[in-house]
Write a protein that binds this ligand. Structure first.
Ligand code: UT7
Length: 352
């Protein structure tokens, strides 16, 4: 049972800042979202909801759903663009990490499927199941492989085909999510002034009861919208209010903590790239950090919550719009099922 302490799930332990190693930076980034747009009015015909309710409670106006194909098909264009922009071939990747809760199959892994489709013939890899924090977990484990000397080029992918595991009859969940993903290439650099500076990653499995899917099976391969009754357990189940209360505190806590322990003020931060689950959670995090709203990246209005995809999609859009500059200080922040949550501080290293 949930202990009576209001924020029972937050460990107040202050984790030590990591020792400084050879800098690891994102040397290329790309994203992909399916072309089919589903506005809020699509749901007005299906469940008891309104465009006004969805917009005011979540900030979402529309989302993309992938009506054909699987997660690997969604990530493949992003992989190809990411490698092309770096000017390297797929055979140069040493390891591919895929953060997702909707792999094509229970096994083989999404990373193995993507490795074959993209021709990353020299890469090994693995999946990370950390829901909305998956991309952050992927960045830090990928960086660790490079720091440890095991790999030179690690491709970290974060994405989900949430439409495969949504119950389109449940108004409390189906309106929240979308499909999409992003891909970042991690490499080391001699340039001390850029790269991942610090991270705080957390998990508390006691939060698992509030956001979960009980079994996977072929859930992520189910045809769009059509679920045979016998596999209807393959849906996202969420106690929205409980997750909301925890997310507001958790995401803000780690974001403020990473600023504090790196002696950064709001003026030092160029961008907050938060997980896109609810505009109200994002606003609360930005307020706690004292950030000007113009520094907060928001695209939930266009894509909804793409789970492991939100942060790399935001980063890629910001980069491709030419807003993200070499030397910018960026904080990535997430909160999701598990519970998992965290923040990463990095200095942007791609010269435009
Ligand atoms: O990324 C993973 C992490 N997930 C999150 O961070 C999500 C966190 N939770 C949330 O974002 C919010 O809790 C929701 C957006 C899911 C829900 O917003 P809320 O303000 O917490 O609403 P609520 O759950 O308290 O529901 C309020 C009312 C209820 O009706 P009653 O009981 O007051 O009559 C719901 O049944 O709104 C009703 N409701 C809806 N009404 C119209 C719930 N969903 C809908 C809907 N349309 N789609």
């Amino acid at each position: 049972m949930v202990p009576s302490n209001k924020h029972w799930w937050i460990r107040r332990t202050k984790y030590p800042k990591q020792k400084k190693h050879m800098p690891i930076y994102i040397s290329s980034i790309a994203h992909f979202v399916p072309p089919d747009i589903f506005t809020n009015s699509y749901f007005e015909d299906k469940v008891d909801t309104t465009d006004e309710w969805i917009k005011s409670r979540t900030g979402i106006s529309e989302r993309r759903f992938q009506t054909e194909g699987h997660l690997s098909d969604l990530l493949l264009p992003a992989v190809e663009q990411c490698l092309k922009e770096r000017g390297i071939g797929p055979e140069e990747i040493d390891c591919v990490i895929v953060a997702t809760i909707t792999p094509d199959n229970r096994f083989p892994s999404a990373s193995a499927t993507l490795q074959a489709k993209a021709g990353m013939v020299n890469a090994w890899g693995y999946d990370i199941s950390a829901a909305c924090s998956g991309f952050l977990y992927g960045l830090m484990t990928g960086a660790g492989l490079i720091t440890g000397g095991t790999c030179k080029k690690v491709l970290v992918c974060g994405g989900d085909k949430m439409s495969s595991i949504l119950n389109f009859k449940d108004r409390t969940t189906c309106i929240l999510f979308g499909d999409g993903g992003g891909v970042a290439l991690l490499e080391s650099t001699d340039d001390d002034s850029i790269g991942i500076q610090d991270s705080i990653l957390r998990m508390d499995g006691k939060g698992g009861q509030f956001l979960y899917m009980s079994d996977h099976g072929d859930g992520a391969k189910a045809p769009f919208e059509e679920y045979p009754d016998e596999i209807k357990q393959h849906y996202v189940i969420q106690d929205g209010q409980s997750v909301f209360k925890s997310a507001v505190v958790g995401m803000a806590d780690v974001s403020a903590e990473i600023m504090e322990r790196n002696a950064l003020t709001a003026d030092d931060i160029s961008w907050l790239v938060p997980h896109q689950a609810n505009l109200r959670i994002i606003d609360a995090t930005a307020r706690r950090m004292g950030l000007d709203p113009t520094k907060v990246i928001i695209n939930i209005d266009k894509y909804g919550n793409t789970t492991a995809g939100t942060i790399p999609i935001c980063l890629s859009e910001l980069h491709h719009e030419g807003k993200l500059k070499y030397g910018d200080k960026v904080i990535l922040a997430s909160f999701g099922a598990g519970f998992t949550w965290g923040s990463i501080l990095l200095t942007w290293g791609i010269k435009s």
